[in-house]
Design a protein around this ligand. Structure first.
Ligand SMILES: Cc1ncc(COP(=O)(O)O)c(C=O)c1O
Length: 373
């Protein structure tokens, strides 16, 4: 069997070790130290927000965002429907109630019109949480306009979109609070980790406090609030810093893979995951949908790629179809939900940064083979 081609696996470069080595030499192994401080400055500076808190995961960052907004049991939160469950689970951690909002077809992200419609039924949600799916920016101006009109805070889940831009402005800089992830499969990885970002210094300071067990500044261990053990370690931050040096390079390679596929599949009854003219995705994952009635299914392609030892995956299953959320409402404006169509007809293609041109061509050849061309 030929060597496995991954969907998206970590790509290390060597500099990561330099930062880890320094942490060892100075014995700053704990969840604090120079790497943590510098990583926070580097990522928040790059995104263009004033403050960042480095945490153990993007999920922890979302949890603290939800907590900062003050979501309490029973509060309604409007959430992207087509996403990974980590976007929406933290709402449940605090007892909130998700209302899922359908996607629009131009970016696969939250539909601003469906969002507006949701306010007719639920005039007072506590927050809106949007994702930039697979590294493609959402229609943020329209979504923000709806949020501002109704005076509701926006939380931006930029876990998959580090480096993606809208009108030259980075995703992760639009929400009252935003998060990014450095999970193993992301555009850069710290082996696992995330960051909470905000211009609001008080929010980030408070989040760092919650993330370190809500320990009050007393010599003895004093706690007035429930805390969490969410801080990123100085070793993990070192890996992140080494990776950050290669972010633009990773985006360039991912972009090349996406456009190579797009060109090679232009005569097939398929469409690559779309984006608007004003946005620059980071092309984290190359995805496609098959045209209806083309006679093939995403499973046919996933199976064919599996046979050459290449990893392809289904699109995230929409949240309104998840058994755990059957009691949650779902707002959509089209006859058929857009997220259902993308899920039913879509898949994620292998787009590992380490793929050779030969491997890219093998994927293309295999996908074309499914259509008999
Ligand atoms: C859209 C989205 N949100 C949140 C997360 C959570 O990030 P983490 O795995 O760092 O907790 C992920 C990735 O895992 C994700 O893809």
């Amino acid at each position: 069997m030929s060597k496995k081609i991954y969907l998206s696996s970590p790509t290390m470069h060597g500099e990561e070790m330099k930062f880890i080595q320094e942490a060892f030499e100075t014995n700053w192994i704990a969840p604090l130290g120079k790497n943590v401080d510098e990583f926070e400055k580097e990522i928040s500076g790059y995104i263009g927000v004033k403050n960042g808190a480095a945490l153990i995961s993007g999920t922890a960052a979302l949890h603290l965002a939800v907590k900062w907004i003050g979501i309490k049991p029973g509060d309604i939160v409007f959430c992207s429907d087509l996403t990974f469950s980590a976007t929406v689970n933290p709402v449940s951690y605090e007892g909130g109630v998700q209302v899922f909002i359908d996607s629009e077809p131009d970016t696969w992200n939250m539909c601003p019109k469906a969002l507006e419609k949701a306010f007719d039924k639920y005039p007072h949600p506590k927050a809106v949480i949007i994702v930039h799916l697979y590294g493609v920016p959402a229609k943020i101006d329209e979504i923000k306009a709806v949020c501002d009109k109704h005076n509701v805070p926006l939380i931006e889940d930029a876990a998959e979109s580090l480096g993606a831009k809208i009108k030259s402005r980075q995703t992760g800089s639009f929400g009252e609070l935003s998060i990014v992830s450095f999970n193993g499969n992301k555009i850069i990885t710290s082996s696992g980790g995330g960051m909470l970002l905000s211009d609001n210094e008080t929010a980030i300071k408070k989040s760092r406090f919650w993330a370190t067990q809500s320990r009050e500044p007393f010599p003895h261990y004093e706690h007035k609030e429930i805390g969490y053990n969410y801080r990123m370690s100085n070793i993990v931050a070192g890996i992140g810093r080494g990776q950050f040096l290669h972010l633009e390079e990773h985006i360039k390679i991912k972009k090349h893979i996406y456009h190579t596929y797009k060109k090679a599949f232009s005569d097939l009854p398929v469409k690559m995951n779309p984006y608007t003219n004003e946005s620059e995705p980071n092309f984290w994952l190359s995805c496609m949908t098959l045209n209806e009635n083309c006679g093939k299914t995403p499973s046919d392609i996933i199976k064919a790629l599996g046979e050459i030892n290449a990893e392809a995956r289904p699109i995230w299953k929409p949240m309104h179809l998840q058994p755990v959320f059957t009691d949650r409402d779902f707002i959509f404006i089209n006859k058929n939900p857009v997220s259902d169509d993308i899920f039913n007809m879509g898949l994620c293609l292998p787009c590992d940064i380490k793929m050779t041109e030969d491997q890219i061509n093998l994927i293309i050849h295999t996908v074309r083979g499914v259509f008999g061309v």
